[in-house]
Write a protein that binds this ligand. Structure first.
Ligand SMILES: Cc1cc2nc3c(=O)[nH]c(=O)nc-3n(C[C@H](O)[C@H](O)[C@H](O)COP(=O)(O)OP(=O)(O)OC[C@H]3O[C@@H](n4cnc5c(N)ncnc54)[C@H](O)[C@@H]3O)c2cc1C
Length: 457
């Protein structure tokens, strides 16, 4: 079977490349191969009653399937070059912002209309942060919310399904070069194409490495971010979240001069498990619909680690720390801040007596047995720094879930067209190691689609 273009992975990168290709040239024959399920069949078995913890399904309903890792996310589309990836280094700052704005327009057109766009421009919070040794990064953020994000994906699927051939539950095993194009090999058969776009996200990181080895594509090790998810009463952070929704704040620790940053803020949200290659870590999301709001706000505090010589496996380091928490807690561990600073583990009784009700059923334990001292010291310092702008952050009952690990794919060598040294083979989205957010991954999809459509005229 022969296609003009085959896309591997139906996350935001794959979806937006398909969307733009079909808009620019409706005659192109396009197929998308996706390891996971269609959107409506993506159901995590954890129901809190019969199944309380992750049972390690062969493909994770949260990470894999139409919509990719972002399908049940909070749907925060950050329009900025200051975080979320380094796409701008390849395509230029203005182009990157223009593409993110274009993605925003499509999201609004396909169900996101009426959702709020927050901005750090002209905020007094920036000054307040600076006065307390904290740095607020500039961004606009469209908050779709988990519910509207789902509707946008449904609408995009309804648009694409008659224009693109979908192969769900069909992980691509290998990509081989053929005369003038590529052969995509799956357990069910082989498919040829002139051009191939790989957009396999973080869950496809190990597979991406094998593709790079097979096709002789150079890679570089990337960083890994390690930390905790903080959960506290929503009122404590409301001065930030009411105005900005999500704020990316960076703090340089006094002790080690390490940078600690806030990440993925979810006002009135819920803390959730995340399964990456069988390792359980923590994440968070929230709904746009007020009926689904919780009383808590959650956000991550992360420290980046980058290894190069002689040890290069930054992700392996992060995985080992996450495995340790899985070994001690059977999954994610939760600890009260007051227990952590007093050097004692949390137990079920102390958690239930606390004034913050956990939104995730995690195992009470001791994060100091899991997270390296230097990282944990930085996190504790930052909690006290945040307490100055949002008093109450350092309360004893503030909950810390661990570990939160942000794995980054190794950086694949691609050129300014996001094309590998094998002509016609493009690597986009988080799978390239270049992006790590919904907006950057989606923008990279549009960018490559425009380049391919132009070159196939
Ligand atoms: C719980 C959670 C919340 C998040 N919240 C936010 C947020 O609010 N804002 C934000 O900017 N980012 C958020 N992120 C990150 C965001 O989801 C990702 O940056 C984004 O989805 C990356 O898009 P992508 O297309 O590159 O990859 P992905 O979304 O990971 O999609 C890749 C797809 O490829 C498929 N695949 C992998 N290997 C193969 C293979 N061999 N064959 C076929 N298919 C394959 C996978 O099944 C997957 O569906 C969140 C992530 C999680 C997990």
């Amino acid at each position: 079977m022969k296609y003009d273009i085959i896309i591997v992975g139906a996350g935001p990168g794959g979806i937006f490349s398909a969307f733009e290709l079909t808009k620019l040239n409706s005659n192109l024959k396009i197929a998308i191969f996706e390891a996971g399920n269609p959107l409506e069949k993506r159901k995590c078995p954890i129901d809190g009653v019969k199944v309380k913890n992750c049972i390690k399904c062969p493909t994770c309903a949260i990470m894999n399937g139409f919509g990719g890792a972002g399908a049940f996310s909070d749907g925060k589309y950050n329009i900025t070059n200051q975080f979320g990836g380094s796409l701008y280094e390849y395509i230029g700052k203005n182009e990157a912002i223009d593409l993110m704005k274009y993605v925003d327009e499509i999201n609004l057109k396909y169900g996101g209309e009426g959702t709020r766009l927050y901005s750090t421009a002209d905020t007094k919070i920036k000054k307040m942060c600076l006065e307390n040794g904290l740095h607020l990064l500039d961004a606009q953020v469209r908050h779709l919310g988990t519910d509207i994000n789902y509707i946008v994906l449904e609408n995009l699927y309804n648009y694409l399904k008659d224009r693109v051939e979908f192969f769900f539950r069909t992980p691509v095993e290998r990509v081989e070069k053929n005369d003038g194009g590529y052969t995509i090999i799956t357990a069910d058969g082989s498919y040829d194409c002139d051009k191939c776009i790989i957009s396999v996200g973080r869950s496809g990181s190990k597979w991406m490495e094998t593709v790079c080895n097979d096709l002789d594509i150079p890679t570089k090790s990337n960083r890994v971010d390690i930390g905790v998810r903080v959960e506290l009463p929503a009122e404590i952070f409301s001065s930030l979240t009411d105005e900005l929704y999500e704020s990316k704040i960076v703090y340089r620790t006094a002790k080690f001069e390490d940078l600690v940053r806030t990440f993925c803020m979810n006002p009135h949200g819920a803390v959730v498990n995340e399964n990456t290659n069988g390792i359980i870590t923590v994440n968070g999301h929230s709904y746009e619909d007020p009926a689904k709001h919780t009383e808590n706000t959650n956000f991550a505090l992360l420290v980046s680690k980058h290894f190069s010589e002689p040890f290069k496996d930054s992700n392996g380091y992060g995985e080992s720390i996450a495995r340790l928490s899985n070994m001690l807690g059977g999954g994610v561990i939760v600890q009260r801040f007051g227990d952590l600073t007093r050097g004692r583990r949390s137990n079920a009784e102390r958690i239930s007596e606390g004034y913050v009700t956990p939104t995730l059923a995690a195992t009470p334990g001791d994060l100091s047995l899991v997270i390296p001292k230097r990282i944990l010291d930085g996190i504790i310092e930052m909690i006290y720094a945040l307490d100055k702008i949002c008093p109450g952050t350092a309360n004893d009952d503030t909950l810390l879930y661990g570990v939160e690990v942000k794995f980054y794919n190794m950086e694949v060598e691609i050129d300014k067209n996001l094309e590998t040294r094998n002509k016609g083979l493009f690597v986009i989205g988080d799978g390239s190691g270049v992006t790590h957010s919904l907006s950057h991954a989606s923008a990279s999809g549009v960018y490559v689609a425009r380049y391919i459509a132009e070159s196939m005229k």
